[in-house]
Design a protein around this ligand. Sequence first.
Ligand SMILES: *Cc1c(COP(=O)(O)O)cnc(C)c1O
Length: 392
Amino acid sequence: MASLERSNRHESSGLDSCRVYVTKPFLPPLEEFIPYLKNIWDSRVLTNRGNFHSALEEQLSKYLGVKYISLCSSGTIGLLIAFKALGIKGEVITTPYSFIATAHSLLWSNLTPIFVDIDPLTLNIDSNKIEAAITNKTSAILPVHCYGTPCDVDKIQEIADRYGLKVVYDAAHAFGVKCHCGSILNHGDFSVLSFHATKVFNTLEGGAIISGDLETKSMIDQLLNFGFENETSVLSLGLNGKMNEFNAAFGLLQLNSIDDLIKKRASIDKLYRQQIASIEGISCAQFSTALSHNFSYFPVFVEADYPLRRDQLYDILIGHNIFTRKYFFPLITSFPMYKHYSTASAANLPVASDVAHKVLCLPIFPELPISTVVKICKIIAQPLNSNGYLIS
Ligand SMILES: *Cc1c(COP(=O)(O)O)cnc(C)c1O
């Protein structure tokens, strides 16, 4: 422990620029954004469905292979709007292994989260355990395509149909992911994307709601704009969830490089897998079953036969200026607003509890140098010398 502290103090005194974080948002060259800004300055249209907004909706629906998309100000707002549009009440079945916004969106909507354990391979909600959690108060299922790995969409839809439930996918990780039947985003009643700065495709802040038909999209657009039908009539209890022209313009520019950015992520993913294969006690998440994956995260698991515990490895990597993240630890169910739910107990969620204690997300982003990936893997392979002290 003493050596661990010394290592941290020694190494973290380096310049901030040497630090490697779990992600680093890609920014196109600044001069390429200037013409977009000039356009906004000239038109004075800053928000409320301007030209950039319409263009981004059109281009994204083509790129993603979805019918109707509504841009919004964040993924979290998108989830709230989706629940409002469906009018769901009572209990909603969801996963504890996700970012806090998944469950928060339910509480904000006065819905009761019912937590169901995850599948140990996909890390998504275990579709075999959903039925047992259904009661006469259940109105919907809120699964997450965790790390961009597709949920068992067919099984989930079959259950939803049989019990008359709605399905809203938290697709914050699933930009561009395709499965056997095209875009993964075409499943359920709605899929909600996040375009937050840390996501694969970003508009600084932002998100989108995918609808299956035009009528539903119109309802969503109305809810995102205070419920206005037109200048003088308000038809629904909407809020302000609009995306503005700056975010939309940034998204349009970002979309030009997205294929290249995902390709770079794919090669980093491949290199990590090659390097980690020979490290005893460290395992990688299974390779995604998606036909087209986005390589948004690179989670590894610190198993019992690794010489250190997950938190020790996390600290050692910080000592080398490598800032990994414990995504998703703690589980959503351990936070104060959730822990009193009967389905939040560790006994109900053995797989999620186990995974949360051993997971570490390694840095992955398009500009991550190959040499840094190799260095990270070297540190993980040999964190200690023969006397049991840290190598630093
Ligand atoms: C990022 C994220 C969200 C929230 O999206 P915002 O755009 O930040 O509001 C929701 N769910 C998951 C799983 C996320 O990773």
